[in-house]
Design a protein around this ligand. Structure first.
Ligand SMILES: Nc1nc2c(ncn2[C@@H]2O[C@H](COP(=O)(O)OP(=O)(O)OP(=O)(O)O)[C@@H](O)[C@H]2O)c(=O)[nH]1
Ligand SMILES: [Mg+2]
Length: 168
């Protein structure tokens, strides 16, 4: 292929990257998505299923952002959104320390899923505008423990696979 043809082809290559917003119910995922899409703070109601929107970063790249309902009954469905996911944003309500252990447990479960192996994760401390919200350090403390747990879990899995490979 000549250089000219390659450049011509590139004109039409559009990359669409899948990003998922997860987190407990009421963490603020739908508010965040609406804000990203419209620039406005909009009224939301608890998400049953999902919301999805596309954000154009430039002419060639866009993000498809999936906002998945966080209620307990919906969490088993989270894994169906993980296929082809290139980044995960886990939203935490930093004004609600009482639910931090629940958020930690949910994140731990999400990160243990094989589908997310190697996928970058951001924990977003939301609702920082509210008085008495936790500091980033407090929220980060939770994430670090979870992350360490996940790395340990993934290393163990890799060792098991390796041993199984040797036996076969
Ligand atoms: N003060 C404050 N309130 C927020 C913020 N983000 C969201 N909220 C409020 O938190 C409530 C829940 O927000 P949602 O965006 O619906 O939460 P969600 O994570 O989508 O919840 P589910 O759909 O049930 O999973 C709403 O009343 C929002 O207005 C924020 O940054 N600051
Ligand atoms: Mg929602």
């Amino acid at each position: 292929m000549t250089k000219l043809t390659v450049q011509y082809c590139n004109l039409f290559v559009h990359t669409c990257v899948q990003v998922i917003l997860m987190g407990l119910d009421s963490a603020g995922k739908s508010t965040l998505l609406a804000r990203l899409l419209t620039g406005q703070v909009m009224e939301t109601s608890p998400t049953v299923g999902f919301n999805v929107g596309t954000l154009d970063l430039d002419k060639k790249t866009s993000l498809t952002v999936w906002d998945v309902g966080g209620q307990k009954s919906m969490r088993p469905n989270w894994r169906y959104y993980m296929d082809d996911c290139k980044a995960l944003v886990f939203v935490v309500d930093s004004s609600d320390p009482g639910r931090l252990p629940e958020a930690q447990k949910a994140l731990k479960k999400v990160l243990s899923d094989e589908k997310l192996r190697g996928v970058p994760v951001m924990v977003l401390a939301n609702k920082k505008d509210l008085p008495n919200s936790m500091t980033i350090r407090e929220v980060r403390g939770t994430r670090t423990r979870t992350w360490t747990w996940t790395q340990r879990h993934q290393r163990k899995e890799a060792r098991n696979e390796e041993q199984q490979g040797r036996r076969e």
